[in-house]
Design a protein around this ligand. Structure first.
Ligand code: MTE
Ligand code: MOS
Length: 782
């Protein structure tokens, strides 16, 4: 395959890529530091900042009283103070800000801040929140069919509970922001943010200045993964307050431990379900209750719960379905967006249900999956009323079962397990169907500003941000293709709120879809202008046979008349001529996703422009004595439409899968009984390493599936592959189950850490012993 590498790949590996901490600033740069609450819930009874303010080199020590504007950073609901006032609601909540010439002076000042607290009762678990009825907002509900009646009529009903864990984003670049004062009230913000327009807006609000005085710029992030969709704003607001107070450049860069303690994570869920199905394993009714830990404020929790509820069906048609979502308030940092945005939590419930039905009926789970998949002509409407169009599941399952040799390897696993006592193998296949669009419909818009300079080079500005996912590479390719020029003629600018305003976050996997179309729109406008003038030039040269703009083409670095192919002018030579002929060579573009709409209250409509599909087969081998597993082989077949860049898409699929494997296996977040995060550095929090990558990793893009009505018939890629990792999680369950020869169902939760695995094995062994015991007793009686 021939495709360009990531536009910054070389800079990434040589270290030349400029992240915020690399931006050169003059010697007046101050270090900013955030002083945060050591209590999960407490009243602040007194505070004294005077000694801290007198430390030599300290230029500002701020509390909420020093905020010129609103003390607010809530992105959707104004329930998140920028700095704590009279009460703190979690450990890690910001209380004071310090700016000083050195880090050491900041620490000295922090030591001298005197605060007294009166500790209050804290809610630290979902169970406590549920018991105390501490909801962050009203419960929501989506329902279709006659759920209770159908459950009663079902041949079999399974009930259960599933816990899925939190997850730390672990972007390599921690939260960071550099603010530089301009003249008057101006402030220039360099933020590691997925959402520069919101960063700009919130800074304007805390500083009480208009938005046209704030410019936010993002060259690139060292990873975001959802963790910088809203919560980059916090660091940015704090840096802006210090910059405003000192009239000097200020940079705040959170230390890894502080970042992990202060920022929100993936929402942990406690989910309950009741499933009715036939003897063949066909599901006819399901009732779900999803409970998420929102933390101390709302942030994006309701949108995340909504996506969980819209993905609780995963790829399966369930005629009668009810899902209730509750977002609970705890005294922990506010939980936030994380790749999949609730989708993984919803799908984990459904996939566990399928696995349980298979174990109950003693069938292979792949057969239960196939029986319940959405159809193409019938059984193809979701519980929220959207039709599953262009369903790729049937073709994917067919191709993947064959290419992964599923049946053969299933038999081989069984044989292996019969022959080995201390090593057990497990195999699982899981699908993904993921809706693409923000479920908050108005967010599905994007803008671009495309500039052609007189030398024929092109500068593309768009509203999306680069976080490693390759968005800028794709946007560079789109612009080059639209103008028919080579890639080296096109540069993508840093994202800047003064160039493209009022943008949405780069999130929901929709970055390329939305911004690609906005760039195309700008290119179309420019091309129309250029074509008109070039046709005029051609006509001046050939007055007897005029050229018209309709036949002007842009290909291979040339602008030519397709009706008279000898009439042509190189793109680069045309631009200075057009400039002399007074043609405007810059244009803005805009796009909004057509034909979507979603009634949140009714839980009905078409929230998504389309669905992305994929499937994975994972085989693992489990060491029964230690609980350690190794991924032997993973086969993935994923649908990205006509890929804009297969190299980048394969990277997203593999990376997403591995990030999901982390969530499913080793990444466990723990708090102590005071609400202290115990896993706040890489020595206690285990993300996947090279050792955890499948020994044999086969990822393929589904071929021949152009996606209608999208930029160059491509499809979003970013989040859906994350959920393919559920195949690893269920493969582990399969291996555990083999310990007792699949006689009993293992107890299981997510993440399947070594501890969870060993406890589950122990539990099975006890059941086996008890069974032998009964068998012996029965034999003795006879
Ligand atoms: N890939 C890398 N390398 N780094 C990231 O931070 N974020 C993910 C995904 N892939 C991320 C990534 C998330 S959560 C989203 S929503 C998308 O990228 C955002 O980018 P896109 O919309 O351009 O795909
Ligand atoms: Mo991604 S969780 O939508 O930033």
């Amino acid at each position: 395959m021939n495709y360009p590498p990531h536009e910054s790949a070389e800079k990434h590996v040589t270290g030349e890529a400029v992240y915020i901490d690399d931006i050169l600033v003059n010697e007046r740069l101050l270090v900013g530091r955030v002083v945060y609450s050591p209590h999960a819930h407490a009243r602040i009874t007194s505070s004294d900042l005077s000694a801290a303010r007198n430390v030599p080199g300290v230029r500002a020590v701020l509390s909420y009283k020093d905020i010129p504007g609103h003390n607010q950073m809530g992105p959707v609901v104004k329930d998140e103070p920028c700095l704590a006032e009279k009460e703190v609601f979690c450990i890690g909540q910001a209380m004071f800000l310090i700016a000083a010439e050195t880090e050491a002076q900041c620490r000295e000042a922090e030591r001298l801040i005197r605060v007294e607290f009166e500790p209050l009762e804290a809610i630290l678990t979902l169970e406590q929140a549920i018991e105390k009825k501490a909801l962050l907002g009203p419960s929501t509900n989506i329902e279709r069919g006659m759920v209770d009646e159908e459950l009663r009529k079902s041949a079999h009903v399974l009930r259960g509970e599933l816990r899925t864990g939190a997850q730390e984003h672990w972007y390599l670049e921690s939260q960071v922001c550099l603010c530089m004062p301009g003249e008057g009230r101006e402030i220039n913000v360099f933020s590691s943010s997925q959402h520069p327009s919101e960063t700009q807006a919130l800074i304007a609000e805390v500083l009480n200045i208009p938005k046209n005085e704030v410019v936010a710029e993002v060259r690139r992030m060292g990873g975001g993964f959802g963790g910088k969709e809203t919560q980059a704003n916090h660091t940015a607001c704090w840096a802006a307050l210090l910059c405003n107070a000192t009239h000097a450049p200020v940079k705040i860069r959170l230390f890894r431990d502080d970042d992990m303690i202060m920022t929100g994570k993936r929402h942990r869920f406690l989910s309950r379900y009741e499933i009715g199905f036939t003897n063949e394993g066909e599901i006819n009714a399901a009732s779900f209750e999803l409970n998420s830990d929102g933390g101390m404020a709302i942030d994006l929790s309701f949108a995340i719960m909504e996506r969980a509820m819209l993905h609780v069906d995963n790829a399966y048609y369930i005629p009668n379905l009810r899902v209730v979502g509750n977002v609970w308030k705890t005294n922990l940092p506010s939980n936030t967006a994380f790749r999949g945005f609730g989708g993984p939590q919803g799908m984990a419930v459904m996939e566990t249900v399928i696995d349980r039905i298979a174990r109950f009926l003693k069938k292979d789970a792949a057969d239960i999956r196939r029986r319940n998949f959405y159809g193409t002509d019938a059984r193809n409407t979701t519980h929220y009323g959207q039709q599953v169009e262009n369903n790729r599941i049937p073709v994917i399952i067919r191709q993947l079962l064959a290419s992964s040799e599923y049946e053969k390897r299933r038999r081989e696993c069984n044989e292996f397990n019969e022959e080995n006592e201390f090593l057990k193998k497990g195999l699982a296949i899981t699908p993904v169907k993921f809706g693409i669009s923000f479920t908050t419909t108005f967010l599905n818009q994007a803008g671009a500003l495309v500039i052609i300079y007189k030398d024929g080079t092109i500068l593309v500005n768009h509203g999306g941000t680069e976080m490693g996912q390759g968005l800028h590479s794709k946007m560079q390719q789109v612009a080059a293709a639209e103008f028919g020029v080579s890639l080296d003629r096109v540069k993508v600018n840093a994202t800047n709120t003064a160039k493209v305003p009022n943008t949405s976050a780069t999130a929901a996997s929709a970055g390329a879809d939305l911004n690609g179309m906005a760039i195309k729109n700008a290119a179309d406008i420019l091309k129309a202008r250029i074509a008109e003038e070039v046709a005029r030039i051609f006509t001046e040269e050939h007055p007897s046979a005029p050229s018209g703009p309709a036949s002007v083409r842009f290909e291979h670095e040339q602008i030519f008349d397709s009706d008279h192919p000898d009439r042509k002018i190189p793109f680069s030579e045309a631009m200075p001529v057009l400039n002399q002929r007074q043609v405007s060579l810059s244009a803005t573009g805009f796009y909004k996703t057509p034909d979507i709409g979603w009634d949140k209250r009714k839980g009905f409509g078409k929230p998504f422009h389309y669905f992305a599909f994929g499937m994975a087969v994972t085989e693992i081998v489990l060491d029964v004595l230690t609980g350690r597993h190794t991924i032997v082989r993973t086969d993935i077949l994923h649908d990205v439409g006509n890929s804009l860049n297969p190299g980048i898409d394969l990277g997203q699929i593999e990376g997403g899968y591995i990030q999901g494997v982390g969530w499913c296996t080793t990444e466990e977040i723990k708090w102590d009984e005071r609400g202290n995060l115990m896993t706040h550095s890489p020595d206690t929090y285990k993300i996947p390493s090279v050792q955890d990558i499948p020994k044999d990793f086969r990822t393929q893009l589904l071929e021949g599936v152009p996606n209608p009505n999208t930029i160059r018939q491509s499809k979003a890629v970013a989040e859906p592959p994350f959920m393919l990792s559920l195949s690893c999680w269920l493969a582990i369950k399969d291996a555990i189950s083999a310990v007792a020869d699949h006689k009993f169902e293992p107890e299981f939760s997510l993440p399947a850490t070594n501890e969870v695995i060993l406890l589950s094995i122990e539990n099975l062994k006890q059941k086996l012993t008890a069974e032998h015991q009964t068998a012996r007793e029965v034999a003795a009686v006879r």
